[in-house]
Design a protein. Structure first.
Length: 451
């Protein structure tokens, strides 16, 4: 099909160099600076793959990148944005078609920049990307919601040709900036808006809903967005029964933080356990669910027997799909939200410090001895326990100390809770959730510094 009209609509700066597409989104994500730095390295041919779930802000980030490049003086005709999931596309479209549409005024002395959304919708995208990088066709940033599609395409041809970054929901730091005044430090926003943390816990990190004044409306809209776009639409061509996959997703989100038992979920859905495991892999592939591996012994058999815990990737999903009338007042649900939001921030620390996906695990020995998170970098470990209670019970602190002492040679012991006071008790650093979320890397700094 002829994509010229859609391409011109996507790139208004071709007609009017002063046009900007992201003016209503002035706040930049933390990842934005790294994307711009990548594009600016004109001597580097490698592309950038930006992965993340639907509704997490990948399109906005690309449009902000376009605006920032234009503001920095990049030739308007050298900048091309295209969304391969645009509903107006009625036939197959290749990235080559888009690239070959060279607008009037392109400056040959400067590289072209291609910002491509949902690249896996493009025909033979992986072959094009390999060739484009090898030829040095320009600076390329692509996004997608299904990480395995990119990784599968990249497995044979992508090594050394592209870098990968993960975009998740807003961190609390980003949420504070979004809700604050221009250049207002997040701690100052929190001091001025004492209800900021509760709003973050209720709304979650999906940017579109971060400024919603009605949490109930935000939860309803998030359910609609996730079910209709990320599940039924995106999985329709990959599974025979997307509706049962949707039901499985709801089960798992409502049980966020629980150990995965595929047989139990298979019984719930009257499905084969192997099919359920395949569905779970697909759900993880959408980046809406994330697994937390178990810290197990060195023996291979022990590792094979261990079950991961599955978490909602964003704590807003826990609230949105909760089967309770008043999420804010349900203590069991609040505990799941606390754990999900702490794990989301620990993943960010792991990426930033280079720990990798194996840098955060949970510990369970028998039926009684558990630690929510063990953060490891090098030989150092930090044990992190999470409780939504605003009061710290002596017996919980004693049990935490006992389990750490017997099973984890931890450099630090951190307990994140729903109270308001920072203190040290019996060798444990006790900190309110808000303080942890504002600077999670400092909270587990014993591990981070070893990275």
């Amino acid at each position: 099909m002829d994509v010229t009209p859609i391409l011109e609509d996507h790139n208004p700066w071709w007609r009017e160099p002063a046009a900007r597409s992201a003016l209503r989104h002035p706040v930049r994500r933390d990842l934005q600076a790294r994307v711009l730095q990548h594009v600016a390295r004109t001597g580097d041919r490698r592309a950038l793959l930006l992965l993340g779930p639907r509704q997490v802000g990948k399109t906005t980030l690309l449009l902000q990148t376009a605006d920032d490049l234009l503001e920095a003086g990049w030739p308007a005709a050298n900048l091309t944005y295209f969304d391969f999931s645009d509903d107006r596309l009625t036939g197959e479209v290749s990235a080559r078609q888009v690239v070959e549409a060279v607008p009037v005024g392109a400056v040959t002395e400067r590289p072209r920049v291609f910002l491509f959304d949902e690249i896996s919708r493009a025909v033979r995208w992986d072959l094009w990307l390999k060739g484009a990088v090898d030829r040095g066709d320009g600076r390329i940033v692509v996004t997608d919601s299904a990480s395995s599609l990119l990784r599968d395409g990249a497995r044979e041809s992508g090594q050394g040709r592209w870098d990968e970054m993960q975009l998740e929901g807003l961190t609390f730091h980003e949420f504070a900036r979004l809700n604050g005044d221009a250049d207002e430090p997040p701690p100052q926003v929190l001091a001025r808006q004492p209800n900021l943390l509760e709003r973050y816990l209720a709304l979650g990190g999906f940017p579109e809903h971060a400024l919603e004044g009605d949490p109930s409306r935000a939860r309803q809209q998030l359910r609609t967005d996730i079910v209709e776009r990320a599940l039924l639409r995106d999985l329709a061509g990959r599974v025979d029964d997307p509706f049962r996959v949707r039901d499985l997703f709801v089960y798992l989100v409502q049980d966020s933080g629980a150990e995965l038992n595929a047989k139990h979920r298979a019984d719930d859905l009257e499905a084969d356990p192997r099919t359920v495991r395949a569905w779970i892999e697909l759900l993880e592939d959408t980046s809406l669910l994330v697994s937390l591996p178990r810290r197990s012994g060195k023996k291979a058999a022990s590792r094979l027997r261990s079950h991961p815990r599955l978490y909602a990737a964003d704590h807003g999903l826990v609230n949105a799909f909760a089967a309770v009338a008043a999420p804010a007042h349900d203590q069991e649900l609040r505990s799941k939200v606390f754990e999900a939001v702490v794990y989301r921030h620990l993943r960010e620390v792991a990426r930033h410090t280079g720990m990798g996906s194996s840098g955060v695990r949970y510990l369970r020995v028998g039926n009684r001895d558990e630690i929510d998170f063990v953060v490891k970098a090098g030989d150092a470990e930090t044990a992190v326990e999470v409780t939504a209670s605003p009061r710290l019970r002596d017996d919980k602190l004693a049990r935490f100390n006992d389990v750490v002492g017997r099973f984890v040679p931890a450099a630090r012991r951190v307990l994140v809770y729903g109270g308001l006071v920072d203190e040290e008790r019996d060798g444990v650093e006790v900190m309110p959730l808000a303080h942890f979320l504002l600077d999670p890397e400092a909270a587990v700094g014993g591990a981070g510094e070893a990275a």
